[in-house]
Write a protein that binds this ligand. Sequence first.
Ligand SMILES: O=P(O)(O)O[C@@H]1C[C@H](O)[C@@H](CO)O1
Ligand SMILES: O=c1cc[nH]c(=O)[nH]1
Length: 352
Amino acid sequence: MSLLAANSHSMSEEEIDEYSDGTVKLRNANIELMDQDILYHLALGSESHDLHEMFGDVKFVCMGGTPKRMENFAHFIMNEIGYKLPAGTMLQDISEFSYRYSMYKVGPVLCVSHGMGAPSVSILMHEMIKLMYHAKCQEPIFIRIGTCGGIGVEGGTVIITEGALDAQLRNSQEFTILGKTVQRPAKLDEKLARELKSLASHDDPYDTIIGKTLCTNDFYEGQGRLDGAFCDFTEADKMAYLEELRDHGVVNIEMESTIFAALTHHAGIKAAVVCVALLNRLNGDQVNAPKEVMNEWQQRPQTLVSRYIRKVLAQKGQLKNMFGHQGLFGHQGSIKSPRRFKLVQQESQAHE
Ligand SMILES: O=P(O)(O)O[C@@H]1C[C@H](O)[C@@H](CO)O1
Ligand SMILES: O=c1cc[nH]c(=O)[nH]1
């Protein structure tokens, strides 16, 4: 039993640091005592799959709202790091049969969709953090690649979050646990944010900035939009609110940064949020840029994150070692239990 599991209480941040050997520690002694841990929303399990063999080499966990964005990112990063799939194989959605999230693995990079808003991200984060633990991943870095509304910044601007604020401008995420309210700090890694910023190029035909991000639980009323199904405030109220946000240093609004920051920080995992603005909210509420333009904009955070991943892999001398490889499995890869394997075969046949 690990030091952590031997403790009946939840570990403090200091204790986690003290025992840290680079692997992800769980602040939950129950998991170690369970026969198996089913990561239900990922369609994976600690007994049905060899999670260490499948995911032990993961160094970067990149997340974004939609399955398509993360599939695109998987193909993009594969090319960027020169990763070659085994002959005759193609990228597979590892979590396809959860029908919840999509997950693609490209060597040391996991690309996962998280859906919209805190509840969806929270469920995924619990299971991703446990996945890192079961797989014994060494110092994984989590990066959210998202979209947002800019405040005083034009559509297409890339924004790196330096502080994630909830709708009451607190740098924390509120949880309700056993009916009680708990606040956890929504801390991102400042050094990582600065490093990402340093990778913006003067040749990029767009700005990359760092600033505070407001995280809301809604896209419409919650973000002060006038174009929802309901609106009980005036345009002047809205503009005054956005100006107040700007005075606080807020440069963008999205819906996941505080939960993402709070749960990664609670797990002792370094994390960053990089979003592209789809519009300047000071000019309007509707997201109306042409599809091709928005697709190109959404590539921009991916390009920045790819520069970072390439840089880290190059520093480790691993950029050219991606060929041949271990570590890419479809949903059926490395399944340990024959029963689960049969189930997956049946599911696959049913969907052919
Ligand atoms: O990563 P995505 O593009 O999902 O981030 C933002 C915040 C909400 O999830 C969504 C609202 O359109 O976009
Ligand atoms: O305005 C926006 C655009 C994208 N995502 C958001 O949450 N808000």
